[in-house]
Design a protein around this ligand. Structure first.
Ligand SMILES: Nc1ncnc2c1ncn2[C@@H]1O[C@H](COP(=O)(O)OP(=O)(O)O)[C@@H](O)[C@H]1O
Ligand SMILES: [Mg+2]
Length: 282
C-alpha cells in the first residue's frame, strides 16, 4: 500500500479499468468499441455492465479477462497490470463451451488441471464440491448432451468456480435460457456469490437482470462504447426479478438508456441495437 492510500484510508480496487479504448478495423469500417472507459471494482462487489448490443460490453470483459488487449489504457487486477488470462479471473460465456467427450465431473476436473498442489483424488473432491454447490451432484457421470441448457450452464459455472478464482467474469451467461430456468440461476448465482465471496463482473443487455443481480449497474451506450451512468442498487437480497421495486429501478435505467440512444451519440442510432427490460434472448 502506498503512503497516499494509507493516509486516505482507501482500500485498493480489486479491478481497475483505466481509460481503456479499443478500436476494431474491419475491411469496411473502423469501430470504436470502447472509448476512454474507466471503472473501479471493489473486492466482493457484484457489478453488472448493461447496454444494447454493440456497446462494447464483451470487448471490455475480454480485456479484463486478458483475452484481448486494450489499444489505450490499462486494466489492473489487485494492482498488477493484466497482460493475459489468469486463474484469478475465470470467464463464463453464453455458450457453455463444455467438452462433449467428457462427462460432467471430468469437465469440471478439466478446469482444475493446472491447479498446482492438488493430486487427482483431491481434484475430484474439489470438482464434486462445486457440482454440489450448483445442485448437480446427482449428475456427475452424465454426458453433456443429456443435459438441459440450464444444467449445462450450471456445469460451466462449476467449472469456472472450481479453481477458486477471486474474480468471476460472466458474459450473458443466461441469455439463451428460458425465463424459469434463468430465475433459478439468478437465485443460485446470488447464493454462490455470497457464500464464496467472489467479485463478479456480469455483462447483460437485460436491464432487469442487471438490477436483479448487481450491487452496481454500469450503463453503456454504443458507437463509441462509453460508460454513461452508474446506479447503486440497494434492494435487499435475495432479489425477486418480478418485484415492483425492481421493476421501478429497471424502468428508471431504461429511460436513461433510451435517452442516450435517441440523442444519437456521435454516430446516430445503431442499426440492430437491442436491449430488454426483462425476458431473455431478445
Ligand atoms: N473482433 C472484432 N472485429 C471487428 N469488430 C468487432 C470485433 N469485436 C467486436 N467488434 C465490434 O465492436 C463493437 C462492440 O462489440 P461488443 O463488445 O461485442 O459489444 P456488446 O458485447 O456490447 O454487444 C461492435 O460494434 C462490434 O461489431
Ligand atoms: Mg456481447
Amino acid at each position: 500500500m502506498t503512503l497516499q492510500t494509507e493516509l486516505e484510508n482507501v482500500s485498493p480496487s480489486k479491478l481497475s479499468v483505466r481509460n481503456v479504448s479499443k478500436i476494431f478495423h474491419s475491411k469496411r469500417q473502423i469501430v470504436r468499441a470502447l472509448d476512454g472507459v474507466s471503472l473501479e471494482i471493489n473486492e466482493g462487489e457484484f457489478v453488472c455492465l448493461v447496454g444494447p448490443s454493440g456497446c462494447g460490453k464483451s470487448t471490455l470483459l475480454n480485456i479484463i479477462a486478458g483475452l484481448d488487449l486494450a489499444d489505450e489504457g490499462a486494466v489492473l487486477a489487485d494492482g498488477q497490470p493484466v497482460t493475459g488470462p489468469g486463474r484469478d479471473r475465470m470467464v463464463m460465456f453464453q455458450e457453455h463451451a463444455l467438452f462433449p467427450w467428457l462427462d460432467v465431473l471430468d469437465n469440471v476436473m478439466f478446469g482444475l488441471r493446472l491447479k498446482p498442489g492438488l493430486n487427482n483424488r483431491e481434484r475430484r473432491e474439489v470438482a464434486k464440491y462445486y457440482l454440489r454447490l450448483v445442485d448437480l451432484d446427482k449428475f456427475l457421470h452424465a454426458n453433456i448432451h443429456e443435459l438441459s441448457g440450464g444444467m449445462k450452464q450450471r456445469v460451466a459455472l462449476a467449472r469456472a468456480l472450481a479453481p477458486n478464482p477471486k474474480v468471476l467474469l460472466m458474459d450473458e451467461p443466461f441469455a439463451a435460457l428460458d425465463a424459469l430456468t434463468r430465475e433459478q440461476l439468478y437465485g443460485d448465482i446470488q447464493r454462490i456469490w455470497e457464500q464464496r465471496k467472489k467479485t463478479i463482473v456480469f455483462v447483460t443487455h437485460n436491464v432487469r437482470e442487471a438490477v436483479c443481480l448487481g450491487d452496481r449497474v454500469i450503463l453503456f451506450s454504443p458507437h463509441p462504447g462509453r460508460i454513461r451512468k452508474e446506479y447503486q442498487i440497494a434492494l435487499p437480497r435475495p432479489r425477486d426479478i418480478s418485484s415492483v421495486a425492481l421493476a421501478e429501478k429497471s424502468s428508471e435505467i431504461l429511460v436513461a438508456l433510451k435517452s442516450y440512444l435517441d440523442a444519437g451519440g456521435e454516430n446516430a442510432r445503431v442499426p440492430g441495437a437491442t436491449f430488454a427490460t426483462h425476458g431473455g434472448a431478445e
